[in-house]
Each structure stands twice: as C-alpha cells, then as structure tokens.
Ligand binder design. Sequence first.
Ligand code: ZN
Ligand code: ZN
Ligand code: FE
Length: 722
Amino acid sequence: MLDEFIRQLPLYAPPLSRISQIQWEDLHTAADGEAFRIVASRPGCAAMMLTADIATCQLCLDELADSADRRYRYPFGNCTHCGPRLSIIRRLPYDRNQTSMAGFPLCPACEREYRNPADRRFHAQAIACPACGPRVWLEDGHGDMEAGRDPITVAAGLIRQGYIIAVKGLGGFNLVCDAGNQNAVLRLRDRKQRMAKPFAIMARDSAILAEYVQIDEQARQLLAGQSAPIVLLNKQGRALASAVAPHHLTLGCILPYTPLHHLLLQNLDAPIVFTSGNRGAEPQAVENGNARQSLAGLADYWLMHDRDIVIRLDDSVLQIMDGQPRLLRRSRGYAPLPMPLPPGFPAAAPILAMGAALKNTFCLLKDGQAILSPHIGDLENAETQSDYRRMLDWFQALFHFQPQHIAVDMHPGYLSTQFGREWAAKQGLPVTAVQHHHAHIAACMAEHGLPLESPPVLGVAMDGLGMGEAGQFWGGEFFEVDYRQYRRLAAFHPIAMPGGVQAIRQPWRNCYAHLQHYFDWPVLSRRYAGLDIMRFLDSRPLVILDTMLAKNLNSPVSSSCGRCLDAFAAALGVCAASIDYEAQAAIELEALAAPVFRQQKANAYRHENIGDSVLPLLGWRPFWQAMLNDLQRGVAKADIAARIHHGLANAIAETADGLADQIGCRIVILSGGVFQNRLLLEEVSRQLRSAGKIPLSPAGIPCHDGGLALGQGIIVAGRLAG
Ligand code: ZN
Ligand code: ZN
Ligand code: FE
C-alpha cells in the first residue's frame, strides 16, 4: 500500500508541485480507523522553496467563461494550478492565514472545495469566489464609484474612448491605454515623464499580437506559459501608435495573466499599452491609498481591488536570442524559484549578496541553493531604496535567513555596497568586495552548472561600467577565471569619460574623448568639417572638456564596451546630445543596424591590437578612421551601424578565440549588459562555435546587473569552500 502510494505520488502530483525528497518510516502504533489526512504545516520548517505567481490556468479560464459556473466572470478565481503566490505571502509556511487572503473567510462552498482531496482547489490557499473573495471597483479620482454597472466592462469602454486607466494587477498597478491611439499614448508619456523608453503592449490573445509582431511557436509558448512574461518580438505587419516604442524594432508583448486582465481585454480587439504604474523612476505602486496619490494626474480612472499586494512584483521581460529565451528582467513568474548551486559547492554558511546599483536584485545562498530576489530597480531613487530594505527584511523573515557573510560590489559608492557594509559592521559579519565583472562571469558559470573545481575558463565581460582595479572603470574585459579568482588577459583601450556620470548621460562626450584621444583634433575637425557630428561637437563646450581631460578632472578612465557603443552611436547622430534611459544610444544603434546587418559583413570595421605583453588592448583608431570616411562618402547610416556591430563582434570573437587557445580552454563565458545586444551576442557566439569553442551566456538570469548578486554570492561561497 505504501509502495503503491510512493509510486503514484510523482505520477499524480499537481502540475506546480516539486518533490524534492520522499522519506518514510515504519510506525508501530496502529492508528485505528484514522483516515488519510494532511497535517498542518509547522512554523519554521519552511524550506527555501516557494512557488512563483502563475498565470490563470485553462480550467479556471473555462469557469470564467461559463455562465453556469459560480465563478462566471469572477476576477479572482484561481486554483492549485494557478494564481497568486509570492505576491500575497506575508510569512511562510504558505497557508491562507499567512497571506493577504487572511481577511476573506471561506464561504461554505469554497470550504468544501478546499477540504476535498479530489477537488483541484484542495488546499488552494488563495481560493476565492464572488460570495467570499475580493471584489473589484472603479474610481474616478474623487473616490466615486461606478455603481450598478460592471466596473471592468466600464473600464474597457473608457480605454476605447482614449482614457488612461490605472489597473491593480497581481504584483502592482499598471497604467493602460489604447495602443492605437497616438494622443492617448503621448498623453501617457507626458504624464509619466517617460519620453523615449518603449512601452509594452497587452492583447487578448496571440492572434491579435500576430497582426503587429512576428510570433513563432517558441514565442507563442512563452507568451502563453505559466510565467506569462513580456516577450520582446520584432515588429511586423500593422503599426500601432508610433509613440508606443519609437526607434525600436521590437515590441514588448504580454498576454492577460489574471482573470481580471482576461475580463478587461475580452472586449478589446486591439492591443493596449501595458506599463508599470509609477511616476518617473519611482517603483510601481502596490497599495490602494498610495496608488490614488502617486498616480493622481497620471491616470484618469483606477480599477481597484481589495486583495493586498504584499510585495511588488514587476512583469518579467524576456527575449529569444541565440535560440534561447533569455530573461532581461526576472520577477513575477520566476522569482523566487531557487537555483541549485553547481556541483562541488558544499552547503556553505548562509551568504547574502547585495547586488549592484542599477536594476538591483540581491541573492541569498543557503542549503546548497541560491535565491535571487525579484527585480527591485535602480537604487538612485529614495523610494526604490526603501523598497530594497523592505524586500531584504521580508526575504530574511520569509526564508528564516541569517547571513553569516556579506558580499558587495567593489564600488564604494553603490548604495548596496554601503548598506551591506553597514549591516556587516552592525552584526559583526565578514564582508567581501567582489569585482563587478568577475561577478558577471561567475553568475553565468553558476547558471550553467560549471563545477566548483572545474579548470579556469575564458570570461568575456562586455558591460556598461563596473569598478575595476586601481580606481579604473572596466567594461570590455577578457579574463581567465574560476569561481575564486580572475586574471585580466586583455581589455578595451581605456578612454577618459569627461564629466564622469555626465558622460554616461551625454554620449557626445565619449565621442569627443575618443576622437581627441586617437587623432589630432584640429586636423580632424578641419578634414571632416562637413560632417553633422563635427558641427554638433563644435557647438559643445569643448574647451572645458579639454581642460578636464588635460588636468584629469572628473574624467575617470574606462575600458567599457558600452561607452564605446555610445561614442559610435553619437558619431551617427544617434542620441548624441543625451539619453533618456540606460543604454538608449546602444539600443537605437542596434535597431538601426539590424535590418541590414547580414549584408554588411564584408565591410566590418577593423580594430587594432595595441597595449603590451602584460595587458594587450583593443584600440579603435582604424575603426574610427573607416567610419569617418564612410560618413564623409555619405554611406547610409544603417550600413555604418551594421559595420560597427560587425567590427565589434569580430574584435570580441577573435580576441576571445585567441585567448581561449592560449589558456587551453574551450568554454567562453559571455556576460555583461552589452550582451543584451542581440546582434553582438549572436554573432560572437556563432564565430566562437565555428572556431570550436563553447560559448555560454546567461538565460535564466539577466546578463546585466540584475544577475550580478548571484555571481557575488557564488564567488564568496567558492572562496569559503577553501
Ligand atoms: Zn487555475
Ligand atoms: Zn467562496
Ligand atoms: Fe555590469
């Protein structure tokens, strides 16, 4: 009987369950007449295991559409196969009274389902129905209710009329409007103070999306999958309002993932803009009172409900690159699923890794597992900082996590570094500063399960900026690397960033710094006087920059690939003056290059190998020379952008290939934020493969700073392992 039970358990386990271990023992007490029962969870025994929030399942959708069902058109239906999880949990173990459903006592009908082992709502902690569960309503900013009419139908009508609605979803508020209505989209941009960064769109089903973007079977499955992420897909076919994603080849697409979203989209035959409900750089609103205040002036109406969101979860974002879906933002539907540590890592002392400054996540390592927090955001904003602290407290309590060791970035200015150091000092814990790009590479090694004691591999970190050694910023690095240490084998030629942070926001500064470094400026500016970029640079305060560069004032040197891309983009007039969001210049340069990328392969620009035998450097003088000549000859900017991408890809792949041979390894790790660039990632990977190498890049975690904390943690775990 027991054998049969154990045999059948994995076969009939609910779709979302994971069986980590089955243990049994013989009990010599005959429990006379006692029926099978599920024993209540004991506090404190919660392992590091918790399901992510899951998109509404087909069975629940069928009920939603069935007028005879008691959950017909009920916006909060869910079951053991689907529904909210992390977003509603106050404490573990995951029982209803520990969630934000605690305030909704079960009605007799729900109680019966909950108690019935044959029901798919057996022990569904978030179970709800119209009689006992949360409800939805519409407000117009003065607290007025749309009494007597179905609020979701009214909201859909308002969207069609061009209004902007704040919709309370699963992990936060979203702002939505008609994506075909240019005025509505522009009004949303204006109110949100978000001028250029693309908006995602939501449509009722993938057939509607297919009118606007290219969807293959892989994309269709991701969109309709249980994590329901935003998937970046190439625009194709009909156009939406141009303000939705200006200068972008792709559109972020998402399908409804809660009954409320399904009902809202039911009567909308075109996509809606679906963006986070926040102002500027603030985090997305989650609480009703706060949403009324912070979204006043942004939304015309609020579609509210009374189930509390315990923790903010943004929509996850992924893109299919080099054949694999790759997460660019890891949050709802993915966090907090744990990752097993690679072979060889002992179940080390608990480690807390604090992450970076932008796109922050933190990471807990415990019991042979790593748990990466959901995407938190840029720690430049006071609201995001307090969110970071709140999330840290909550995760610690949730997982009964007491760190014995803290890992931080080497950058002393990151809030995450400062906070980690303060914490360590207060608790008397050791703290380790980990080099930024070593962490990028190690995170990718861990994701791919490279064992602790495997021989060193070649790590290629192409990044925006990260603190290197000797006060330099890095971001175009080639390392010999294992989990414990790294050796820098080559790098992009370091160039000054006049103005420091200003040089990140204003790409023309990098452009000038490059040209001024590689050429005699007076000669160059006369020779290419007719070029737009020269006229533009002449209109800038170059004398001040010259002084800064000559006296080394606020002009830190950086070997960053991201800054190189900024400089090249500026030369083509792409975001030369300033950018509106991180990496905008590089992203728009890629969009310019992509349509003609294949045709321009033979015209790639060439770099040159400079530096010395201690540290070979990749220099860009001939690269610039060829680009300026092309500009002078009036070559199309798209062609030039493609030649830039080929040139960079060749430089990276050739260097990596040579260095891998030199250290005798086949595995080449590609990571860092620049590898969000699809052209570069795919071309570098392709070339390395044809040279017999094994390129590995992040997929389940972001390649940018959102994946950094895993690397920080794993490096400390590696060092502690001796
Ligand atoms: Zn369901
Ligand atoms: Zn009920
Ligand atoms: Fe980075």
